[in-house]
Design a protein around this ligand. Structure first.
Ligand code: NAI
Ligand code: MG
Length: 500
């Protein structure tokens, strides 16, 4: 791949050269995952009532590979007539079939879907990486296995709903409209579809416009699993298609994951309707290192917490709080570690940081970078090479930032970390909670008692201790404040799909 050097404002050219030489001396040989085995159509229609059908108006948009800017496929844009058709198919399937068959029968289909996802794991991982830009290591080891795990887990609940809500007779709601983002495309689809099917609901799902392909591959898997037509419908398109689903009177529940701005818009339009909803929105997680932490382990976790998936993670540990006495050593180790991160071809198994998902997202991250510099923060970016085509942003750390800095307060959704210091538990809890968000947090310490005290005081839905960004289908996930409403995952994730 052709490479160009990026300029680094903080290092002299001699220092840059030394760093790049050091890295190239120690780099592994390229190890790209092959793309020979994947099957992609040139053009994808809408998946409605068990079939791929052309949109009423012949409108299609391109899905590109953000690491090469090459077009991968064309995807249909669903308009009002198409959304109406999908909702009707979902309603008919709900009434005619899905709410009538036994719960264990529902589970059988779900187990089938889970197994086919496992069988096609390699293909799905490669497509996820090509369409979204995330490193193959992550799509292979995290996204796809977890997507299968969600179907397995919720399949197990299908015939045990009476135990989930003891003493009551839980019933499905009907048709669920589900809108998902681009950061974990297949995983978010599984995260939404699996609990809906287990509880006897039918689905109209819209993937994000930059990453529709694995949802469409999932549609093929659903066909292969012989799921009754109309139980899952997948309509592609952008915000307009999403709002048509949200505002459709035939939808009984909305599940949305995405930006806080759109979440607020959706909440307003649902107010006063019969629709139930869950919103999983932004975050600005605090990752807190106490002086008694194992520093090397913590630094590895901090790096994973913010640079994992290019920081395109709502629960990313984007604010680091370091106890003052260990600030120097943490910063040194953090910079040393960041200098070794491999940025580049997401299909290469050695890559740590892949491509930014879209040009728009890259522009947003770059703007925050300039805001940080203008606000007077100190900044470190390693001098690494990035490919000449595609959307890239080097891992970035800001320190000497104030609590009021915009880069500390606002969600950047990119590989950008801010570092602040603290002296006491009370101080760090106040600073960590001083944000409009409350999705997740992390604590690094040797003392169990400190973990219990601090995690109890953090206003965050998920708090990891001596680890970060760990997911499991059995654990509920969701936020406080502007991070959203409701929980997904685990037993709690069944409730928003049931009336009882
Ligand atoms: P977005 O919130 O616009 O998109 C998420 C999904 O909502 C997509 O499928 C989109 O097509 C759909 N959508 C957009 N407008 C809609 C509307 N009016 N009604 C219904 N559905 C609608 O997020 P976007 O613009 O892609 O990213 C902007 C920022 O949002 C990011 O920089 C990041 O800060 C945040 N974000 C947070 C995510 C999370 O997981 N919490 C995921 C994606 C983005
Ligand atoms: Mg794409």
């Amino acid at each position: 791949m052709e490479k160009t050097k990026t300029q680094n404002k903080e290092l002299t050219s001699e220092e840059q050269k030394a760093e790049i030489n050091f890295k190239t001396d120690w780099q592994y040989a390229a190890s790209p995952e092959s793309t020979d085995h994947i099957q992609l159509k040139k053009k994808y229609d809408l998946f409605i009532n068990g079939k791929f059908v052309a949109p009423a108006k012949p409108k299609y948009f391109d899905s590109i590979n953000p690491s090469t800017e090459e077009k991968i496929a064309e995807v249909a844009e669903a308009d009002e007539a198409d959304v109406n058709k999908a909702v009707k198919a979902a309603r008919d399937a709900y009434k005619g079939k899905w709410s009538k068959i036994s719960a264990s029968e529902r589970a059988k289909y779900m187990f089938r879907i889970a197994r086919i996802i496992q069988e096609k794991a390699r293909e799905l991982a490669v497509i996820e990486t090509m369409d979204g830009g995330k490193p193959i290591r992550e799509s292979r080891d995290i996204d796809i296995p977890l997507a299968a795990a969600h179907f397995f887990y919720y399949a197990g609940w299908a015939d045990k709903l009476n135990y989930a809500v003891p003493g009551k007779t839980p019933k499905p709601l009907g048709v669920a409209g589900q809108i998902i983002p681009w950061n974990f495309p297949l995983l978010m689809a599984a995260w939404k579809i699996a609990p809906a099917l287990a509880t006897g609901n039918t689905v109209v799902l819209k993937p994000a416009e930059t990453t529709s392909l694995t949802a469409l591959k999932l549609a093929e898997i659903i066909q292969e699993a012989d799921l009754p037509p109309g139980v899952v419908n997948i309509v592609t398109g952008a915000g307009k298609t999403g709002s048509l689903i949200v505002n459709h009177p035939g939808v009984d529940k909305i599940a949305f994951t995405g930006s806080t701005d759109i979440g607020k818009l959706i909440q307003k339009s649902l107010a006063g309707t019969h629709k139930k909803y869950t919103l999983e929105l932004g975050g600005k997680a605090a990752n807190i290192i106490f002086e008694d932490a194992s520093i090397d382990q913590a630094v590895e976790g901090i790096v994973n917490g913010i640079f994992f998936n290019q920081g395109h993670v709502c629960c990313a540990g984007s604010r680091l709080f370091v106890q003052e006495s260990v600030f120097e050593i943490v910063m040194r180790k953090l910079k040393d570690r960041i200098a070794t991160l491999v940025v580049g071809n997401p299909l290469d198994k050695n890559t740590d940081i892949g491509a930014i998902n879209s040009k728009a997202q890259l522009d947003k991250i770059s703007e925050y970078h300039s805001i940080g510099l203008k606000e007077g923060a100190e900044c470190y970016q390693p001098a690494c090479e990035v490919p000449s085509k595609g959307y890239w942003f080097r891992p970035t750390v800001f320190w000497n930032v104030s609590q009021a800095s915009r880069i500390v307060q606002e969600e950047i959704f990119g590989p950008v970390l801010t570092v602040q210091t603290f002296r006491t538990i009370q101080e760090v809890v106040e600073k960590a909670n001083n944000t409009p968000y409350g999705l997740s947090g992390g604590i690094w310490t040797d003392k169990g008692s400190k973990i219990f005290k601090v995690s109890g005081e953090l206003k965050a839905g998920v708090v990891w201790a001596n680890t970060f960004n760990k997911f499991d289908p059995t654990s509920p996930f969701g936020g406080y404040k502007e991070s959203g409403i409701g929980r997904e995952g685990g037993l709690h994730g069944l409730m928003p799909y049931l009336q009882y």
